[in-house]
Design a protein around this ligand. Structure first.
Ligand code: ZN
Length: 214
């Protein structure tokens, strides 16, 4: 079995569910993107698949965006050449079909000064979005209705004592209340998958919770 970093059992759990096909579609897409950056995670997923991850078949998530997901997984298997894959080069090849054209052309919504997002797909709470945060800007404090996976595509951010940089995947769940902040410097671009809407918990929470369904 390929080894991951020590104390990485939560991520290991997510990768195992990914290999078993039991993650919600949005989360599976975020993991698919992460695999492009992390050879150890790829090896771990390959090991899970060869061990027969279908043991978890009965837990299979609703196929909300199943075509999108199947398309992505097929692309991963083809081991595409980043230079030859059409689409925005800031996205891993397996995810470029999610964005027609360039990232700048997407209908970004400005949420506060220095923070924009755009939803790529959303079905019954299973949502995938891109988030763009200028250096030094904080994401509004929030907790989670379900699972949240954040894949860093450009730049970096801090959450407590932890730093997440390009290719890193952060996992969050209803036990975490946090306020990530983009690192000073280039704008931080992330792909964020949530299985349920987040709930804002900071000073402006009542306003944010009534206006935004994240
Ligand atoms: Zn969060």
């Amino acid at each position: 079995m390929a080894e991951l970093a020590p104390r990485d059992d939560v991520r290991q759990d997510v990768l195992f569910h990914y290999a078993s096909g039991t993650l919600p579609a949005g989360a599976a897409l975020a993991v698919a993107g992460h695999l492009a950056f992390d050879a150890k995670a790829r090896a771990f997923v390959a090991d899970c698949e060869s061990l027969g991850g279908t043991l978890l078949e009965e837990e299979k998530a609703a196929p909300l965006s199943q075509n999108l997901l199947a398309d992505t997984l097929a692309r991963l298997d083809q081991a595409e050449d980043p230079a030859k894959t059409p689409g925005d080069p800031r996205l891993p090849p397996a995810l470029r079909h999610l964005v027609p054209g360039r990232l700048e052309d997407l209908p970004w919504k400005r949420r506060k000064k220095g923070l924009w997002d755009v939803t790529l797909s959303s079905v019954k709470g299973d949502t995938l979005r891109l988030l763009k945060v200028e250096g030094g800007v904080k994401v509004p404090r929030h907790t989670h209705g379900g699972m949240e996976l954040t894949l860093v595509l450009e730049g970096a951010y801090h959450d407590g004592h932890q730093r997440y940089a390009k290719g890193d995947l952060q996992l969050a769940d209803p036990t975490l209340d946090h306020q990530p902040m983009a690192e000073a410097g280039p704008t931080c671009l992330c792909l964020v998958a949530t299985s349920q809407p987040v709930r804002f918990t900071g000073r402006l929470a009542p306003v944010l919770n009534s206006f935004f369904r994240y």
